[in-house]
Design a protein around this ligand. Structure first.
Ligand code: TTP
Length: 394
């Protein structure tokens, strides 16, 4: 099945992590987010991948090249991010006649579910949630999908749109849709046409994750780091204790006195220790550093992020080349035990997570003994003074 993967978006809700990097290239375990989407597509039977790129396109192109996992890859540039139907239209010239699949390049799909979708006719992948009103909800009647209703007050079902579709061949001619109320050209309008013209089935997915906001990047890493099997290739001191499914890539070092509780991933060029404690679905990215007396829990360190001495980092994302001064501590739990809130595009939003630390854009720096409150965002290049207690984004 020829497959279009939408990866042209700006990822504004993911800022500051997408300030200079496209969202599909954010790290999830040992590869970029969109590589997991493409892996799932290939496992499901994709014959060709057409990646729709736009924002920071070069990074995506460089990663995939002309072939990936034995499958040919083409790139279509969507000049302006005018919506998902427009993105598909940008890729249509690379399609052969016949049915085609479309996947969101910022979502994780489980392989068997996607395979079921690929084996079906015109179809849409759905996922059951308790709060459908916050999503695009599938209108399902007599076993067929009739369309998608965006954030309805009275949802017609508890099954939401995963952004994974199999379109019939004729849909290649239905891509010129009208601008929607929110000012975008929407693929769900193409789906609505498909529902009018033929039977579109709903394929329930066992697992799915939309990765749009910073805490969802942590959830994505929890999923994919959790799938890693123990594999120790780097240099590990005899006095280190690696428990469970820990991966230490070639070129990484783990020094004496370190305890790492899997699942955890230490990437090539990274160093941990001496005397550090790493646990809970943590990724220490390429050339990143966790120094003496540092505890890291359930966090993602991107390339070159450094926490050198006597610090605690929990449930946090540290962008490229972030540097925490000695003694920096991150709070990851509110006293009242309520879900931590984060500001997304100027709006305070509950993340639904009881445990969440901080989100740091690339090259943010903290002075020694900085305290960072839970839910704080440090923008790209932000700095704190020694001894500061940071309770607001900066
Ligand atoms: P969104 O998550 O709605 O958009 P986005 O990725 O730009 O993020 P944000 O809303 O935070 O700015 O998009 C869903 C998928 O579709 C995602 O994989 C990006 C892709 N997309 C395009 O390729 N082109 C587009 O014009 C749009 C709007 C989205």
């Amino acid at each position: 099945m020829q497959t279009l993967v939408l990866a042209a978006g700006q990822g504004t809700r993911m800022r500051p992590l997408t300030e200079s990097r496209p969202k599909p290239m954010l790290p999830v375990a040992d590869r970029p987010l969109v590589a997991h989407t493409v892996d799932a597509a290939v496992a499901a039977g994709a014959s060709k991948i057409v990646l729709i790129v736009g924002y920071e396109a070069e990074e995506v192109k460089e990663y995939f090249g002309a072939e990936y996992a034995g499958v040919p890859v083409e790139f279509a540039v969507q000049e302006e991010q005018r919506g998902t139907a427009d993105a598909v239209r940008a890729g249509a010239e690379y399609l052969d006649p016949g049915p085609f699949a479309v996947l969101n390049g910022d979502a994780l799909y489980d392989h068997p579910s996607l395979e079921e979708l690929y084996n079906d006719g015109p179809a849409v992948g759905s996922y059951r949630v308790d709060n459908p009103s916050e999503y695009g909800v599938l209108d399902i009647r007599d076993g067929n999908v009739r369309g998608v209703i965006e954030k309805p007050e009275n949802p017609p079902s508890d099954r939401i749109n995963t952004g994974a579709y199999i379109f019939p061949p004729e849909a290649q001619n239905w891509l010129d849709v009208e601008t929607s109320e929110r000012g975008e050209l929407e693929l769900t309008d193409v789906l609505a046409r498909a529902c009018e013209e033929s039977d579109v089935t709903d394929v329930p997915f066992d697992r799915w994750l939309d990765v749009g906001r910073p805490w969802e990047l942590l959830a994505a890493n929890e999923w994919k780091v959790g799938e890693l099997d123990r594999d120790i290739r780097g240099e590990v001191h005899g006095g280190a204790d690696l428990r469970g499914d820990v991966v230490v890539e070639e070129g990484a070092t783990v020094d004496a006195g370190v305890v790492i509780e899997g699942p955890a991933l230490v990437r090539s060029g990274a160093s941990v220790g001496p005397n550090a404690y790493v646990r809970g679905a943590t990724v220490i990215g390429e050339d990143a550093k966790v120094g003496h007396g540092v505890e890291v829990k359930n966090s993602v360190f991107m390339e070159g992020a450094t926490v050198g001495h006597l610090s605690y980092v929990g449930d946090s994302v540290l962008g490229r080349d972030v540097n925490f001064g000695a003694g920096t501590k991150v709070a990851n739990l509110r006293h009242d035990g309520e879900a931590v809130k984060l500001t997304v595009k100027g709006e305070r939003i509950s993340t639904g997570r009881r445990k969440l630390g901080v989100i740091c854009g690339d090259e943010a720096k903290t002075g020694i003994n900085t305290s960072l409150n839970s839910g704080v965002i440090l923008s790209e290049g932000a700095a704190t003074k020694p001894g500061e207690s940071v309770t607001r984004d900066r």
